[in-house]
Design a binder for this molecule. Structure first.
Ligand SMILES: *[C@@H]1O[C@H](CO)[C@@H](O)[C@H](O)[C@H]1NC(C)=O
Ligand SMILES: *[C@@H]1O[C@H](CO)[C@@H](O)[C@H](O)[C@H]1NC(C)=O
Ligand SMILES: *[C@@H]1O[C@H](CO)[C@@H](O)[C@H](O)[C@H]1NC(C)=O
Ligand SMILES: *[C@@H]1O[C@H](CO)[C@@H](O)[C@H](O)[C@H]1NC(C)=O
Ligand SMILES: *[C@@H]1O[C@H](CO)[C@@H](O)[C@H](O)[C@H]1NC(C)=O
Ligand SMILES: *[C@@H]1O[C@H](CO)[C@@H](O)[C@H](O)[C@H]1NC(C)=O
Ligand SMILES: *[C@@H]1O[C@H](CO)[C@@H](O)[C@H](O)[C@H]1NC(C)=O
Length: 821
């Protein structure tokens, strides 16, 4: 650089007198643009040129945006037409669609309007009547009145670049762009403050909140009012200095001077926060050459308390030697939130947190087993500490972070261990640190990975019941953010799995698109591989897993139910009944896809739900989250309400129990086996023996020769609701506690005694939500009333669960009269 510098410097000295001579000529060589003239935003519109043709004001097409133009000033003689000013409204550049116009008017000055005449932009604060516009050879566009007084100029309303002969007054701000090609306001500022100090600082977008500066000229009033800065001057020969009140100059950098006669010179606040000066030879088609920049090391100098730093959150800044520009990298196993923004935030490729770690408590000896460590040296996020441990050693530092669910990263240096939490900010590499850093990375086998190629998501799909519950409780857990991430992770995960398995499994909508199909017994025998994999069996039959083809190549997983009772009714009646079931569509009901009826074999084909039954969900060691459980309960109630009141003919289920409630990919409850009771009862309505439901869930009227109404389902629902509340079975014959075996009795006792904490086994989440807990409990007490007339309808139940209607205190479910029965 020194080599290149020497010759232009000499030239400049030589040319100086000539330059001064030429000055008056410049004043007459202005290109005046008269009021009424306009520019149009099209590809080949000619701009307003300065007399020498060095600078142009006009429209440039935005990179990668076919129909959007930017009203701007650029160097017109060089190949890359570098933009030095652009019309903008603070936050966003005033981009103009094709056909927009920039017109010179006497009242507005320069007014940008779209094709419909809607105003997009105009300069602020113009006082007086504009007579002409002048594009100067310095690159300044001025609006002047009849006496050539300048009313407004781009030099006083700069964007991110300043040019020789430009002077900034106190209060002026340069704002960085978002990226090289995105002119939206970025997060860096170059300001001559009111106190005279020239600073570089970051702001916290979208607000103007300024963090403490990462560069200061030190020319503030506080030091000495006569040495305080009054202007920032970029003089004709290319020097940039703060002009002090007393006339002294503080050069930003004492560097080489490049002749402004032979070179274009500019200083730009880059989108990455460095403020740099460049030159470009006028007579060649060369390129911009870097001269100097501030600050010296932006990665070390930016340290903000309430923002991300130079790079985004969780990112690491490294300084590039040549131009002192920063480079941002995500740590290993972290990736960019916006893949197109290299300088943006990073996120872990895994999910980390106390709640998540807790899910694995039963699977690992210690939480530290869940994580591996990526070790980094001389890297720090200095503002993300939550604890400092001293004296300590490196290995204990690592271990301490691994087994601490709050810890994301630990840095060890000089016998001190700093534990840090997410999001990490101000990340940088500092070779003087001599530190070790430990970044926690969740092991693949315990990951809830967004890819879903391994870890929990797949386990759920393929094998482990325990993990299924884990995912459920995470999904339905309390943290909105985690839920969002996890929801996304699971969607992506499932998508991935579907993709991976290619033709074998297909997403829901295809299933829903299918019409009711009639199968031959042979087809279903083949679909289930000879009824090989049994999914479960109940009062109505046994269910097998199968695969069927829909369309030409699409294969769908199904559940095939083989009805195990002898049906008396004719084929026609059977089909009618099946049709009724098939027409019963509701979010909380399992879909019937087809059937087989060849006289002696009757089978029903249902959609396959991968997440198992409510029974396997709630009756486990680890309780699924309270919120998730309440949503499932509400879903069941809505499904039942639909069956009872909203479908074309009322369907009484008769066998509501947790084994008949399935869970879909998103843990929505879906009732299965509805409509079968009717099928079964067709010709045997006198005796209900075959379908007396299931012990523990059946309503008393089954034993009492009372009419069977929809209220039998309400009773069963009440029992299931209690099970959901307490996460225990309705009959627990193994219970050691006297009086606890029958859930309904015990629950009523607890209710009467107000011992809700005993009922939910001190579950914090439920007790935090005590109002809902009370409501749900009262509703269940109403549902299990022995007298069917006292039980509410499912509509009322839904309203009570939703909190729309008040729930009164329930009477004892077992009135005296029933005891004698
Ligand atoms: C531009 O306007 C100025 C002041 O009115 C005048 O002196 C000059 O001759 C004009 N230049 C051109 C090229 O019209
Ligand atoms: C520019 O960046 C902003 C903020 O990140 C974004 O909203 C906008 O879409 C970007 N514009 C273009 C043209 O990429
Ligand atoms: C302020 O600076 C001026 C010039 O550098 C010096 O003469 C004066 O003594 C200084 N005043 C104080 C209070 O330091
Ligand atoms: C610009 O400023 C530098 C540094 O103060 C000075 O050496 C140079 O003479 C100035 N040039 C002009 C044209 O005023
Ligand atoms: C460009 O100008 C410089 C200095 O005036 C001169 O040395 C060089 O030969 C010129 N290059 C071309 C290609 O004209
Ligand atoms: C972390 O990254 C390594 C490769 O750099 C990869 O093998 C490993 O699976 C990643 N771990 C997680 C949890 O994503
Ligand atoms: C997850 O996906 C990212 C980006 O697609 C990839 O770089 C990473 O290796 C994947 N991780 C695993 C564990 O497959």
């Amino acid at each position: 650089m020194a080599l290149m510098a020497s010759s232009p410097y000499n030239n400049q000295i030589f040319l100086l007198p000539l330059f001064l001579l030429l000055l008056p000529i410049y004043a007459f060589a202005q290109n005046n643009i008269t009021v009424g003239t306009s520019l149009t935003a099209t590809q080949n519109s000619s701009p307003w040129l300065s007399p020498s043709g060095d600078f142009a004001l006009g429209f440039q097409q935005l990179p990668n945006q076919k129909d959007l133009f930017l009203l701007c000033i650029w160097y017109d003689k060089i190949a890359d037409k570098t933009i030095v000013w652009y019309a903008n409204d603070g936050d966003t550049p005033s981009t103009a669609p094709t056909g927009s116009k920039a017109s010179l008017t006497s009242d507005g000055g320069l007014v940008l309007t779209d094709r419909q005449g809607k105003e997009l932009w105009k300069p602020n604060n113009i006082v007086g009547d504009v007579d002409k516009g002048v594009m100067s050879d310095e690159g300044n566009f001025m609006l002047q009145d009849t006496s050539s007084e300048t009313l407004w100029e781009t030099f006083k309303d700069p964007t991110d670049t300043i040019l020789p002969s430009q002077v900034l007054e106190k209060g002026t701000i340069l704002s960085s762009r978002r990226s090289e090609t995105n002119f939206t306001r970025g997060r860096f500022q170059f300001r001559l403050q009111q106190d005279g100090n020239l600073v570089l600082n970051t702001i916290n977008l979208p607000t103007d909140f300024a963090n403490s500066p990462y560069y200061k000229s030190g020319t503030d009033e506080g030091t000495n009012s006569s040495t305080a800065g009054s202007q920032l001057v970029f003089n004709e020969s290319g020097s940039i200095y703060v002009l002090r009140k007393n006339g002294e100059r503080l050069s930003l950098v004492n560097g080489d001077i490049f002749s402004a006669r032979d070179n274009y010179i500019r200083a730009t606040l880059n989108f990455d926060g460095t403020f740099a000066q460049y030159y470009h030879p006028k007579n060649t088609s060369g390129s911009w050459t870097y001269i100097w920049s501030i600050p010296d090391d932006i990665c070390q100098d930016v340290r903000v308390e309430s923002g991300a730093g130079v790079c985004g959150y969780n990112s690491i800044c490294t300084i590039k030697e040549e131009q002192k520009r920063p480079k941002c990298d995500c740590p290993r196993n972290y990736s960019l939130v916006d893949p197109n923004d290299d300088y943006g935030d990073c996120k872990p490729d895994f999910i980390q947190g106390c709640e998540e770690d807790e899910l694995f408590r039963s699977k690992v000896h210690d939480f530290s087993d869940l994580y591996g460590v990526v070790e980094v040296i001389n890297t720090d996020w200095p503002t993300s500490d939550y604890v400092q441990l001293k004296p300590f050693n490196g290995d204990s530092c690592k271990e301490s972070c691994l087994s601490d669910c709050l810890c994301a990263v630990a840095i060890f240096r000089d016998g001190t261990c700093w534990k840090k939490k997410l999001p990490l900010s101000n990340g940088r590499v500092d070779n003087s640190l001599d530190s070790r850093g430990f970044i926690k990375v969740r092991k693949a086998e315990y990951s809830i990975s967004p890819n879903g190629s391994n870890g929990l998501v797949q386990e759920v799909k393929e094998k482990d019941q325990d993990t299924l519950i884990l995912v459920g409780s995470v999904l339905l857990g309390t943290s909105v953010f985690v839920n969002f991430l996890l929801g996304a992770a699971i969607c992506v995960g499932f998508f991935f799995i579907y993709r991976k398995k290619g033709k074998t499994v297909l997403a829901d909508q295809n299933v829903a698109d299918m019409n009711l199909r009639s199968f031959t017994y042979k087809e279903l025998e083949a679909a289930t591989d000879g009824f090989k994999e049994e999914l479960g069996s109940g009062a109505f039959g046994t269910v097998y897993k199968g695969k069927i083809q829909t369309g030409s190549s699409v294969v769908v997983a199904v559940a095939v139910k083989r009805l195990n009772f002898v049906v008396q009714e004719t084929e026609k009646e059977f089909r009618n009944e099946v049709k009724v079931i098939a027409q019963t569509h509701h979010k909380n009901l399992v879909r019937l896809l087809g059937y087989c009826d060849d006289g002696k074999n009757r089978l029903l084909v249902y959609e396959y739900l991968s997440n198992g039954t409510l029974a396997s969900f709630v009756f486990t060691d680890i309780k699924p989250s309270w919120r998730g459980r309440t949503e499932i309960a509400l879903g069941i109630a809505k499904g039942l309400l639909y069956l009872h009141e909203e479908c074309s003919s009322q369907i009484i289920h008769c066998d509501i129990k947790p084994q008949n409630i399935l869970l879909d990919d998103y843990y929505n409850a879906k009732i299965s086996d509805f409509g079968l009771a009717k099928l079964l009862m067709m010709n045997q309505s006198q005796t209900h023996t075959a379908i007396r439901g299931t012990k523990g869930y059946v309503a008393p009227e089954w034993f009492r020769n009372m009419p069977i109404t929809a209220k039998v389902d309400v009773y069963s629902f009440g029992v299931v609701l209690l099970e959901i509340i307490c996460c225990r079975r309705s009959v627990d014959s193994e219970s050691n506690d006297e009086g606890k075996e029958i859930l309904t009795d015990w629950a009523y006792d607890c209710f009467v005694e107000g011992a809700l904490n005993v009922l939910v086994n001190w579950e914090a989440e439920a007790l935090d939500d005590i109002k809902k807990l009370e409501t749900y409990l009262k509703v269940s007490m109403w549902c299990i009333q022995e007298n069917p007339a006292l039980r509410p309808t499912m509509r009322k139940v839904v309203q009570m669960l939703e909190g729309v209607v008040e729930v009164h205190a329930p009477p004892c479910p077992y009135p005296a009269y029933s005891v004698t029965n």
